[in-house]
Design a protein around this ligand. Structure first.
Ligand code: FEO
Length: 390
């Protein structure tokens, strides 16, 4: 396999994972890539490794440029397994020392065993010959040890997970692929991985906003060179909690009553000229839901009651939301029940813990909705739409 030059002396030597469909619970219908980079200079540097089953692919790309034993240093920007589980073998093959943040030294040892590592500090610069590498710590973006590496003369930011997308492509750059697809996957990545760390995104932005950037070399998916302002601007908006005037309705249903309620709420929203998306959770992955939550100013979550609680798919998504904390959005709760109820209370608890603002009275209907019941659902949709219009 061949390395791909991204600028003079710097090569992409990563691996393409065409067929992975789940990334710790986040569905990846377009696969992903594990991006590693090789910098040729007086001291040759490998930026990150790959997930261990893909080590040979990375090494073959390295070999298309130099003998792996010619690598002098390895930079580990992030210790998570998709970039670092290949590190022990990479070090055995290359004999190179691993440079990483202080917390990276610990994370690598605890995850993968003893390796020869050297700590680098925030802002430190290392001369590797004709160029300098600058290390920029970005703690909790999204692990404690995370850092960026900036190739000063080349103006390349190796941005680790930030700005990445789970997207496998034979192309490497943003101007070679469909931007709608890339931005959709970048949004999904932000919503499912980065969202709880939005304050850390703001801090990282302060560190890089004045750097001249020719390329953002991400650890997943497409590299940015022609649309840098688009992705950086999107991160600033997402981190700032900017949303669109639109409503998301998600639900699950046992015998169709909650579905009728969801569709009536959607109809009420639509009647006010506000875009709405109505998704049944039996047919929608949790990571798609989060992508849509990211852009929506209000979310309605509905469930039939099953055994005094939520339907399992609703429990799954709302507990996932608790972890990702999409705060600042308005939320409504609805659902149908037969005798005791219980789903709405459980949904409410999860949404409150997720930081959503429960801005409307819960709407519960007993058994199949009547015309009067559906009118109440339409009225809720109207109220949601009006409350988010500026
Ligand atoms: Fe791509 Fe946090 O690993």
């Amino acid at each position: 396999m061949e390395a791909i030059q991204i600028c003079e002396g710097i090569y992409w030597v990563g691996a393409l994972d065409w067929n992975t469909r789940s990334f710790h619970g986040y569905s990846t219908p377009r696969g992903t890539s594990y991006n590693a980079y090789l910098i040729l200079d007086e001291r040759n540097v490998l930026i990150d490794s790959v997930k261990s089953p893909f080590l040979e692919e990375m090494m073959s790309r390295v070999r298309s440029v130099i003998d792996p034993e010619g690598i002098d240093l390895i930079v580990s920007n992030h210790a998570e397994g998709d970039h670092a589980s290949g590190l022990p073998a990479t070090q055995r093959i290359t004999g190179a020392e691993i440079l990483t943040s202080k917390k990276g030294v610990e994370a690598l040892r605890l995850n993968y065993g003893e390796m020869r590592t050297k700590e680098v500090s925030d802002g430190e610069e290392l001369c590797i010959g004709k160029r300098y590498l600058r290390f920029l710590e970005t703690p909790m973006l999204h692990w404690p040890e995370s850092m960026f590496t900036y190739a000063v003369e080349d103006q390349v930011l190796f941005s680790m997970d930030a700005f990445g997308q789970h997207l496998c492509s034979s192309k490497r750059f943003d101007d070679q692929v469909d931007m709608c697809t890339v931005m959709e996957e970048a949004a999904a990545y932000y919503a499912n991985i980065v969202l709880p760390f939005s304050n850390q995104v703001k801090k990282a932005y302060e560190k890089v906003k004045d750097l001249p950037l020719r390329t953002i070399a991400t650890s997943h998916g497409i590299l940015w060179r022609s649309h840098i302002q688009d992705i950086v601007g999107a991160y600033v908006r997402w981190a700032g909690g900017e949303v669109e005037e639109r409503v998301l309705v998600v639900y699950d249903t046992m015998w169709g009553s909650t579905r009728k309620m969801a569709e009536a709420i959607g109809e009420g929203v639509r009647s006010q000229g506000v875009p709405v998306l109505v998704l049944c959770l039996s047919a929608t992955e949790r990571s798609v839901v989060m992508r849509e939550v990211l852009r929506s100013r209000a979310v309605a979550v509905g469930s039939c009651t099953l055994n005094n609680g939520m339907f399992p798919t609703v429990a799954d998504v709302t507990s996932y939301m608790r972890g990702l904390r999409p705060k600042g959005r308005k939320a409504a709760v609805f659902g149908s029940y037969g005798w005791g109820g219980g789903a709405s209370k459980a949904i409410r608890e999860n949404l409150e813990a997720a930081g959503l603002e429960l801005s409307y009275p819960d709407l519960e209907l007993r058994y199949a909705p009547t015309k009067e019941g559906l009118d109440k659902c339409i009225a809720l949709g109207v109220e949601m739409a009006k409350s988010i219009k500026s």
